[in-house]
Design a protein around this ligand. Structure first.
Ligand code: BES
Ligand code: MN
Ligand code: ZN
Length: 465
């Protein structure tokens, strides 16, 4: 979808001209007021639509009225959802060109409009012989800078959604490494032997049950005299079968999504040069599969992570935190100021927060709060979970420094406490995206599948530095 900035929206030739209507208020279009409101009693309730043919009397073939609901209850989130709804409606009637003409909105909505349109126009049809219908051109009026920024972020989101929607047979550790190397950034890919030398015993243990070799990926965007140096780490389990503690079929069904954190990091790094931020950004992924092959790591194994801490394997399905442990050590040793990790880490987080909000925790309150605030402003939701010391009890092991699983209760928090053991110096935030990264069914502006969770919030966070 191409977005074109125009000044005269009314005279733009297009298939669908979208106007908004607040509940029980008139619109700017006489013809809408006459037919939709007076004749058909369209009320403008939030998310409802009314389609009006123009019979060639206007520059648009059809007018689509989108209900904005009560004016005093209207928010940027609702605007984005209304845009998405309009786009879906336009696609449904096979429109190719759409013009938006909103009035009476008292906040700057350009960014949300661009996000909403791009999110809604997305489908993953690579493997379908009959391709999905798409909008070709979107005409809007607005601020060029805001449009360009939001378009780049939307492009990163699409990249992330594509790679997370790809089946595990395609999105292998090797593939993630190749993608990382294609961005023109300073990139290192460490093989199994390199990782052995670096002492990444926890990560490598997870990788052993698969015939596909692990790839530890480090991309670096640098700038002279960076204001700050940060690392973003994405959990990169290309498929999580559970390992020897194998998952039941129904839980394994969507486990190609267990590299959604990695996909987010790749999406961000794919556009970072276009933004030229004044901070250094290290994108890190410990990619591998968690499989029950004959060399697989076993319950009871004792592993040594990069920082020397020993871990007794209590459950091979708690693999994400093992790979992240070594990735966190690696990032911390870079001497960065901040580390942010994104991981489809626990079913417990999904139980706690559902599919609308990601869980966030960390060792620095300012960083966590700032991420929550940034996420909220651009349409994501992060909810802080506690890291109470009490929960650490359950990570104790008889034979090693700790074990990799804790109590079932407060599972997202114990996973967070486990990760905390591997960050010594940096400020750190952990975002558990298990519930939000991949949807089983459509939700708001998203279709089933990958959502690109983390891309908007983290890119906006990076740009605000
Ligand atoms: N990848 C899963 C977590 C997950 C679950 C992501 C559902 C998305 C949807 C993770 O590796 C896992 O298996 N976690 C276990 C941990 C347990 C064994 C302590 C879980 O949550 O059940
Ligand atoms: Mn698992
Ligand atoms: Zn996993």
């Amino acid at each position: 979808m191409e977005i074109k900035l125009i000044t005269d929206t009314k005279s733009q030739e297009c298939d669908v001209f979208v106007v908004n209507m607040y509940e029980s208020e008139k619109t700017t279009e006489e013809i809408v007021n006459k037919y939709a409101i007076e004749e058909d009693h369209f009320e403008g309730k939030f998310g409802t639509t009314y389609l009006l043919p123009t019979y060639g009397k206007q520059s648009a073939r059809k007018i689509l009225v989108i209900g904005f609901g009560k004016k005093e209850e209207f928010t940027p989130d609702k605007l984005r959802q209304a845009v998405a709804k309009s786009i879906k409606k336009a696609v449904q009637i096979e429109a190719k060109t759409v013009t938006f003409d909103f009035s009476g909105v008292d906040f700057d909505y350009t960014e949300q409009l661009v996000y909403g349109a791009n999110i809604a126009d997305y489908t993953f049809d690579k493997y379908k012989t009959k391709k999905d219908k798409k909008i070709e051109t979107l005409y809007i009026s607005g601020d060029l800078f805001a449009v360009e920024k939001a378009e780049k972020i939307a492009k990163a989101m699409k990249f992330t959604r594509d790679i997370a929607n790809e089946p595990a047979q395609y999105a292998t550790p090797q593939k993630l490494a190749e993608l990382a190397e294609s961005f023109g950034l300073e990139t290192k890919v460490y093989d199994r032997e390199d990782c052995e030398k670096m002492g990444m015993g926890a990560y490598l243990a997870v990788s052993r049950g698969s015939s596909r070799p692990p790839k530890f990926i480090h991309m670096k965007y640098s700038t002279p005299n960076p204001k700050k140096r940060i690392a973003i780490i994405g959990k990169g389990i290309c498929f999580d079968s559970g390992g020897l503690d194998i998952k039941p079929a129904s839980s394994m069904l969507t486990m190609k999504d267990d590299m959604s954190g990695a996909a987010c990091v790749l999406g961000i790094m794919s556009v970072i040069k276009d933004f030229n931020p004044e901070i250094e950004v290290n994108g890190i992924i410990a990619a591998c599969e968690n499989m029950p092959g004959c060399s697989a790591y076993k319950p009871g194994d004792i592993l040594t992570a990069k920082n020397g801490k020993t871990i007794e394997v209590d459950n091979t399905d708690a693999e994400g935190r093992l790979t992240l442990a070594d990735a966190l050590c690696y990032a911390d040793e870079l001497g960065v100021d901040e580390i942010i990790d994104l991981a489809t880490l626990t079913g417990a987080c999904m139980v706690a927060l559902g599919t609308v909000a990601a869980g966030i925790m960390g060792n620095n309150d300012t960083l966590v709060k700032e991420l929550i605030r940034t996420a909220e402003k651009c349409g994501e939701r992060y909810w802080e979970l506690p890291m109470y010391e009490e929960y650490k009890e359950s990570l104790k092991s008889e034979f090693a420094d700790m074990q990799n699983t804790g109590s079932r209760w407060g599972g997202a928090s114990t996973a967070g406490l486990f990760l905390k053991e591997f960050v010594k110096n940096a400020k750190w935030a952990h975002i558990d995206i298990a519930g939000v990264a991949y949807l089983d069914k459509p939700q708001n502006e998203f279709i089933k599948g990958a959502t690109g969770a983390g891309v908007r919030a983290l890119l906006n966070y990076i740009l605000a530095q």
